[in-house]
Each structure stands twice: as structure tokens, then as C-alpha cells.
Design a protein around this ligand. Structure first.
Ligand code: ZN
Ligand code: ZN
Length: 322
């Protein structure tokens, strides 16, 4: 099903020319519950993974967490048994300190370049796979792994990947399987402070010219929420700062400032971002939290942004929580 974001209420080039040159494309993924296969782009779906390649594991350190061995006694596909456990809030065996257990990572995203514009693959690669350890790392985020591959090279497919030994006790990092439906949009930076006084002044002038009724003191947050940065899962675009002030995150290898690759969101929209709800989902406007999408929760409802170095796909990615 196609999903279409309603047009923005402002022509940025006319209303705020200081922002216009900073436009950057983003691809909204619109993940929705489904049954993706290894040949589909997905969130929380099965990966096209070769049998002869080791599955990524995380070595912690970890804290107290649920053990999952009781959840999958018959060795079924772990994605299904984990999703079932989450949906039924299955009460597992007691928690255990899991510092020393290597934990099999879980699929988070599988994105084929044919489906998702803006991915910037290394030469010859056409499939991005992102996995995470479904536990908090030292920064209170799941540890992630990024793999680029050539889909046509995978002939012997791993049908049953290993089950994570443990997951967080809130089920926060078990994404429910979703198909994705890409939509290209344009975003603008929302860290206006970094851009001097001009953008804000232009926004205020636009608001009074148009008699929008928006309080001049609120114009900044109104632009942030409604014009600059889309909510939800997406590729590329700009970062919605807010949990912290903006800070640099240079590439650990070469020092170049990293750029957003994937935004993992705790919801597809919230009370402040209703204007971004696709036409097709507007009947669900009040159900943003749990009934659609992968239903992952980063901290208490934040986002996690995976950032990559623009100079080389071989340089390690970094993570940000906002
Ligand atoms: Zn871990
Ligand atoms: Zn670099």
C-alpha cells in the first residue's frame, strides 16, 4: 500500500529562504505489520543471510535480562517466537545476570536499494542489513551491526538464525515484523541556533504576514514539528535534536562529521506531529504508539539514529539517541 505524506503548510523557499539551501532528502519507511520474506525490504523481518557467514553476536557487557531459552523449545524461527512472546507478554523464566553470554543479534532492518532511495551503497552492493543486540549497551542503546551485501551472491540462505540468549525485560528491542513502503520527502535542519538569527527572523515574519495565528514564541517549535523533520522510521534526512543540544559526532576513523543513515523511532507520529500522518493512516491518528509499526521503544520513547561517514562505507558507524 502506497503511503503519502500531506504537503507541508509552508513553501520553505518563500517563507524562510535561509533554510532552503539546507534541504536534504529523506526516505520515510512507513513500516507496518506484515509478513515480509527474505526477498522483501523489512523492519524486524527475516534477513537474506548466507549459511556460510557467521551470525553477528554481541559480547556485552550486559545487565539483568530475560532468558529466552524457554520461549522457543522446538527451535522455530526466533523472529516468530520472539514476536509471539512480545505480543502475549509471555512471562519468561527468571531474570539472570547475562554479562558473559554472547547474545545473537536480531534483525532490525533489511533494505534493498531498489526499494529505498538514498541509501548510498558501496560499489556493487544492493542490500543493507542492520541487526542489534536486544539489550542496552553502556550508552543505554542496543549495540548495532551494519552489513552491506550483494543480494545475488546469497544462494544458500540461512533459514533459522540463532535465537538471542536474552532480551531486555521490557520487550523494547524486539521489532514486530513489518513491511516497508518508501516515500521520498524533503527535510530541513531544525537546530536553528546553529544557523544564526536569520531563519528564525524569517519564520516570524512569515507567521505575521500570513496571519497564521501561531504565537511568535512558538514559531520555532512549530517549524521543527511541522516543516523541518518528519517523525518515524526513515533513511537520511535531518536529525530532530531535542533530548540534547546538537553536538558533533565525527567519524572515529577520519574525523569527518557523520550523517544520518537510519532513524529508529519509538512511534510513527505523536501528538505534536500529526501533520505528517499519511493520508492512508489518518483514521489511526490516535493509535500511534502500539498498533502500527514495529513497536520498539528507545529509552522512554526517543529515537536512535545510526550515523555513517560520508567519505567511506568502510568506516565504523556511530549511534545517537534523541
Ligand atoms: Zn549486547
Ligand atoms: Zn570516516
Amino acid at each position: 500500500m502506497t503511503r503519502t505524506t500531506p504537503p507541508r503548510a509552508v513553501d520553505v523557499a518563500a517563507a524562510c529562504p535561509a533554510l532552503a539551501p539546507l534541504a536534504r532528502p529523506a526516505t520515510r519507511l512507513h513500516p507496518r505489520s506484515g509478513t515480509p520474506s527474505v526477498y522483501d525490504s523489512s523492519i524486524g523481518g527475516p534477513l537474506l543471510w548466507p549459511t556460510d557467514e557467521p551470525w553477528p553476536h554481541c559480547h556485552g557487557p550486559h545487565d539483568w535480562n530475560f532468558l529466552t531459552d524457554a520461549w522457543n523449545p522446538h527451535g522455530l524461527n526466533p523472529l516468530q517466537s520472539l514476536a509471539d512472546a512480545k505480543l502475549t507478554r509471555h512471562n519468561p523464566v527468571p531474570w539472570r545476570r547475562t554479562a558473559d553470554v554472547p547474545n545473537a543479534m536480531l534483525p532490525v532492518a533489511q533494505l534493498y536499494t531498489r526499494d529505498v532511495p538514498g541509501l548510498r551503497p558501496p560499489p556493487g552492493k544492493d542490500l543493507l542489513q542492520i541487526l542489534w543486540c536486544p539489550l542496552d549497551n553502556a550508552d543505554a542503546m542496543p549495540e548495532t551491526a551494519l552489513v552491506w551485501r550483494t543480494a545475488a551472491d546469497v544462494t544458500d540462505i540461512l533459514n533459522t538464525p540463532p535465537m538471542p540468549a536474552t532480551v531486555d525485560y521490557g520487550y523494547s528491542y524486539i521489532p514486530l515484523p513489518c513491511t516497508v513502503e518508501s516515500e521520498r520527502i524533503i527535510e530541513y535542519p531544525s537546530d536553528f541556533e546553529k544557523l544564526g538569527s536569520e531563519p528564525l527572523e524569517q519564520m516570524r515574519q512569515w507567521a505575521s504576514r500570513q496571519q497564521t495565528g501561531i504565537d511568535p514564541d512558538d514559531i520555532k517549535s512549530w517549524f521543527k514539528d511541522n516543516i523541518c523533520v518528519a517523525p518515524g522510521w526513515k533513511v537520511g534526512g535531518h536529525i530532530q535534536w531535542g533530548t540534547t543540544d546538537p553536538f558533533p559526532q565525527p567519524c572515529p576513523t577520519c574525523g569527518t562529521e557523520t550523517e544520518p543513515l537510519l532513524t529508529v523511532a519509538s512511534c510513527e507520529w505523536d501528538g505534536g506531529t500529526h501533520s505528517w500522518i499519511p493520508y492512508e493512516d489518518q483514521a489511526l491518528a490516535d493509535d500511534y504508539s502500539t498498533t502500527i509499526g514495529p513497536d520498539v521503544t528507545i529509552a522512554r520513547g526517543y529515537k536512535m539514529i545510526l550515523r555513517v561517514c560520508p567519505t567511506s562505507p568502510d568506516h565504523p558507524h556511530v549511534q545517537l539517541m534523541q
